[in-house]
Design a protein around this ligand. Sequence first.
Ligand code: MRU
Length: 347
Amino acid sequence: MSFRTIQWRDDKVVMIDQTRLPAEEIYNEYADYQGVAQAIRGMIIRGAPAIGVAAAMGVALGARDIRATDHGSFFREFQEICDVMAGTRPTAVNLFWAIDRMKRMAEAHRSLPLPTICKILIAEAIRVEEEDLAVCRAIGRHGCDLIPGGATVLTHCNAGGLATAGYGTALGVIRAAHDAGKGIQVYADETRPWLQGARLTAWELMKDNIPVTLISDNMAGYFMKKGEITCCVVGADRIAANGDTANKIGTYSVAVLARENGIPFYVAAPVSTLDLTLSHGDQIPIEERTSLEVTHIKGIAIAPEGVAVKNPAFDVTPARYITGIITEHGVASGDYLKELKALAEKR
Ligand code: MRU
């Protein structure tokens, strides 16, 4: 891939600024955990696996900068840093998964000198990033088998290299099918209000010379009814034990349209996106973002001042609309309760 979403470099966290794409490819450097937390909140970095990596690296930066010299004070401050990271965005469970992983690593080495614990945490954060890349490639391999030759694949939002450490989940499946010579093309929903599809998915697929056609969200049904869409592949922010899946707002509409038109609808996600503590999707917390994302585009008002606005960032697609959930360990389809548990146990 010709860009790096996030990396640990020279004791700083470097991220491509996703608020500036596609106009400018700019990399921001963060030297402290507060900056990383702000970058997650402000969507400089977004996408469930990518914010998991960012949170892990933010926690490592924060731990490194703790001035305490005794273990008790160190671990108290460490917990505060983890709490700040956990408060950035509520829906994608990968964020909490990554923070828990960092906490467990610190606890497991509690008896070691503090500088050693900090080094271990930095190494762990880098490992979270490296593993995510390998996981996405495995998702791509499993998903590739489900994509017929010559398919037109509809995707929503950006579940690509930009939403992960690289390669992507939904776009990982698409990349793998493209690389396998299946001659596929992609229809990318623009994904209002934040335009992840238009700004990010179109950008990264064009960079990789994967044929992509941009459509506005309300065109998906039109093309499905005309028989132009072979299948849908989307990412996920949190998947409940029964397979109900939270993903970018609008995903549910795509799934219902796909069912109506007899089109397979796949979710691609790492097992770190599974939240088996939740029995069903109604329990998934849905982030509500600023009304400015709906009333303005690039700072320009597109709605009358003072209009009432709602802006939920995610919706939940009931499992019954999902043909298969593609993970790095294989594909679940049918009895999600049983199959997702089995896939999670392969962790
Ligand atoms: O608000 P965002 O841009 O963070 O939402 C991203 C999505 O909904 C993605 O589809 C999801 O995180 C999967 S990313 C591999």
